[in-house]
Design a protein around this ligand. Structure first.
Ligand SMILES: [Zn+2]
Length: 68
């Protein structure tokens, strides 16, 4: 199962949702998206940590998919 990240879960007012095959893939796409759409956001280690915390299992339910 892949990973998914909603831009708004990182605290940005944006409906963009990223899906990737793993966390690194999502992080890479998030960096590319931020570069294109969020010129005010720098992908610092702190922002990366925030992104990692907001990444969910694709199709996850109550627990992000980890208990199913
Ligand atoms: Zn966005």
């Amino acid at each position: 199962m892949g990973k998914t990240l909603a831009c708004k879960d990182v605290g940005v007012n944006c409906d963009f949702v990223i899906t990737g095959k793993d966390e690194a893939d999502v992080l890479r796409q998030a960096a590319a998206h931020a570069k294109d759409c969020h010129h005010d956001i720098q992908i610092t280690p702190a922002v990366q940590a925030k992104i990692r915390a907001a990444i969910k299992e694709e199709g996850g339910g109550c627990c992000g998919g980890s208990c199913h």
